[in-house]
Design a protein around this ligand. Sequence first.
Ligand code: GTP
Ligand code: MG
Length: 332
Amino acid sequence: MKARLALNAYVEGVRAGDRAVLGQAITLVESELSSDRAMARALLEALAPDGGRAHRIGITGVPGVGKSTFIEALGKKLTAEGHRVAVLSVDPSSTRSRGSILGDKTRMQELSRDPLAFVRPSPTGGSLGGVARHTREAMLLCEAAGYELLFVETVGVGQSEITVAEMVDFFLALMLPGAGDELQGIKRGILEVADLIVVNKADADRPAAEIARSEYGRTLRLMQPKTPHWQARAMLCSALTGEGIDEVWSTVLAHREALSAAGAWEAQRAEQREAAMWRAFEARVIDSLRAQVGLRSEVERIAALVRAATMPIDQGVEALLEVLLSPPRAEG
Ligand SMILES: Nc1nc2c(ncn2[C@@H]2O[C@H](COP(=O)(O)OP(=O)(O)OP(=O)(O)O)[C@@H](O)[C@H]2O)c(=O)[nH]1
Ligand SMILES: [Mg+2]
């Protein structure tokens, strides 16, 4: 087993923005060892007040669409402007792990070397529930370390992108030129949760990219918007040449302004906090829970406290667990 730091060293190192300690702290919260879980919980609890500070952006797309190249291009622009940028990867299906397949791929090498950036590759595969929890916890650690902009890259081939969409402020789907008959199945699910579709590799086939953009744009306008305060749209870019990257970022900021002005930004966060708590709670009790009645009002009280950010999510989980596992009270 790898040596661990003392709790205080994690807390202070993360708060000081020490990237090495931040990396070790993420390893700790990703660990399934019960000895690590206790320390991880203590760390997360200590840092909970620092959570929620970053602008969180999810990026999805099929393998090879250019997610990493895109995040590197955008990330470099943002660090050049003085922002601190963290990138997390989510890949629950990663049987295709660090071996030869990743060997010739973009791994955000320039961004990784940038002192204002923190790049964390995918943890090894696991259940979607585990991945969701690890990602949420890693996001909190990055926020505590002072990263203002948080990118979460996920391969759009299954459910993980929907899970990620539920934990970010803005969800961006990268697409390849040649949309045509792809507006089905998985793609359709992505369109439903996307705030922006970006057709990448516009440099490679401009006419096809233009066609794809207008098709996605038309489809998005026909769909029920996620929120009345934002109409999802479609744009073009080339992560390779940098074309369109500024416009994408302006759109991300415009979304933030629109939602904030309408009071919908914090409402979305509130909904996400409650949803994250329920997911974590389900995962936790699924095998042990016996149905109990007569506890509804207490359960609702905890949910309200988490929605209001008065209670950290994990504390909400503990509180629910206590309610549900406490011996049934006598009636009347
Ligand atoms: N022509 C062109 N090539 C691009 C562009 N963006 C990315 N690529 C290339 O596409 C390939 C895949 O890019 P990545 O950024 O690794 O794609 P990814 O979506 O992160 O891939 P996974 O991590 O495997 O899911 C690389 O060879 C990139 O150089 C672009 O805008 N134009
Ligand atoms: Mg990638």
